[in-house]
Design a protein around this ligand. Structure first.
Ligand SMILES: C[S@@+](CC[C@H](N)C(=O)[O-])C[C@H]1O[C@@H](n2cnc3c(N)ncnc32)[C@H](O)[C@@H]1O
Length: 413
């Protein structure tokens, strides 16, 4: 089967000028260049060369995965089943797909958390409480543990994931191999008793592995808020982290997850994320060849992301959404508890182009650190209005509840 290289008929949110309709006060709250469509005036001979390269890239992507599915996973159950079946070879496959850059991104998450852990250790004389969401087979935690050991900080981590297969690999293979940590590993749903026992052992670093959403209904992986109970409840954690997980849930759920995390974290609590992002023209990456010429090609980056990465790699292979909008909207979340307003202070948003296969800069990765802070009622209202304005704008543009992938699939020929 061949799949058409035509760009999808309906325009994506990034190609419509919907954001320019928003008032300046709303736009001031987002990195507008990361969302706006950008005109990329390449001449046709260069574009023709680009088209040939895109065709070759697509053949390459499909050759990497001979079992390329004809239909993408469509339900949460499909995604879970996919990760269950991928769990044993996930490490090698992810390392290969990311050109072995994933370990660096995972280490960064540990580094993003460590100063907060140290603060909690010093001020409150207890291990920091850390939640790793979409934790998969524990690879992200195993990199973070190296950083925690380096700084000799005390932290109790809960790994949450929906896939029993991934968690099984975490419990049996990944976590037992992590050096430098006195681990207590438990697998289950909600085990406050076992957790208390682990704490009593007074280890500097402990891990619990918990299956979120065992019913498999695709809920965002945290149910906190006033109704939260047990393991995950109001103010129960100092830190949360996610590495390459948000794309599993649609935008509306990512926004509700952001609310949940505001409930879950203590004031001053830190939430660090690393994930993929659509290319941004003026941040286009430098090609490793033809060295020594400095060479950047924003048009090709954008087209490759739109026509190959999103429809085939993200959507068709993994049932994944394009998470580019998520960090911009998640940071606008606000909650009110006991009469006080809270939201996020964004202390870092970084977009960095990375080199992928053949040294080509095909897609940036973003890093975001959000800190839970108290807000005035005025600021909270502004943020809530801004978020609502963007969501309505998306809905008007036909991105109904933002549940659709940003770039629909190409049509099978
Ligand atoms: C790309 S993997 C990332 C794993 C890990 N963070 C890492 O760095 O290796 C995404 C993970 O998200 C999990 N996942 C997908 N949908 C989920 C959901 N709705 N709730 C919880 N976990 C989910 C999958 O089971 C998978 O383990």
């Amino acid at each position: 089967m061949t799949v058409s290289l035509q760009s999808p008929g309906s325009k994506s949110i990034y190609e419509q000028d919907i954001f320019s309709a928003l008032p300046a006060s709303v736009l001031a709250r987002i990195a507008a260049d990361t969302l706006f469509p950008q005109s990329l005036p390449d001449r046709w001979p260069k574009k023709l060369l680009g088209e040939v390269m895109l065709l070759l890239a697509k053949v390459w992507v499909r050759r990497q995965r001979p079992e390329f599915p004809n239909q993408p996973p469509t339900s949460h159950q499909d995604v879970r089943a996919l990760y269950d079946s991928e769990s044993k070879r996930y490490l090698q496959r992810h390392a290969r797909t990311t050109c072995r850059q994933d370990d660096v991104w995972r280490l960064w998450l540990g580094q993003a958390l460590v100063s907060k852990i140290r603060e909690v250790n010093a001020q409150q004389k207890r291990p920091a409480r850390h939640l790793e969401l979409f934790a998969g087979s524990g690879l992200s935690y195993s990199s973070q543990a190296k950083v925690f050991h380096l700084h000799d900080v005390a932290v109790n981590t809960i790994l949450l994931d929906a896939s029993a297969g991934m968690l099984d690999v975490a419990a049996k293979l990944t976590i037992p191999q992590v050096e430098h940590a006195g681990h207590a590993v438990f697998v289950g749903a909600d085990m406050p008793e076992l957790r208390k026992q682990a704490m009593r052992q007074e280890r500097r670093r402990t891990v619990e592995i918990v299956q979120s959403d065992p019913a498999g209904n695709g809920a965002a992986p945290v149910q906190a808020g006033p109704s939260g109970r047990g393991l995950l409840s109001e103010g129960s954690h100092d830190l949360a982290s996610i590495m390459f997980g948000l794309g599993a849930i649609p935008l509306a759920k990512a926004v509700s997850l952001s609310h949940d995390l505001l409930h879950l974290l203590t004031e001053g609590g830190r939430f660090a994320v690393t994930d993929m992002h659509k290319p941004v023209a003026h941040l286009a990456g430098r090609w490793a060849w033809p060295a020594p010429v400095t060479f950047r090609w924003a048009w090709l980056e954008r087209e490759a992301y739109k026509r190959i990465t999103v429809p085939y790699v993200l959507r068709q292979l993994w049932g994944w959404y394009d998470p580019s909008l998520y960090p911009h909207l998640m940071k606008l979340s606000v909650i009110k508890t006991e009469g006080l307003w809270y939201g996020w202070e964004e202390v870092l948003f970084e977009l960095q182009s990375h080199s992928w296969d053949f040294g080509m800069p095909m897609m940036p990765v973003y890093r975001q650190i959000l800190v839970k802070v108290r807000l005035s009622e005025h600021e909270a209202t502004e943020r809530a209005n801004a978020s609502q304005a963007i969501l309505s704008c998306l809905a008007e543009a036909g991105e109904s509840e933002c549940d659709q992938p940003a770039f629909p699939l190409g049509t099978p020929a």
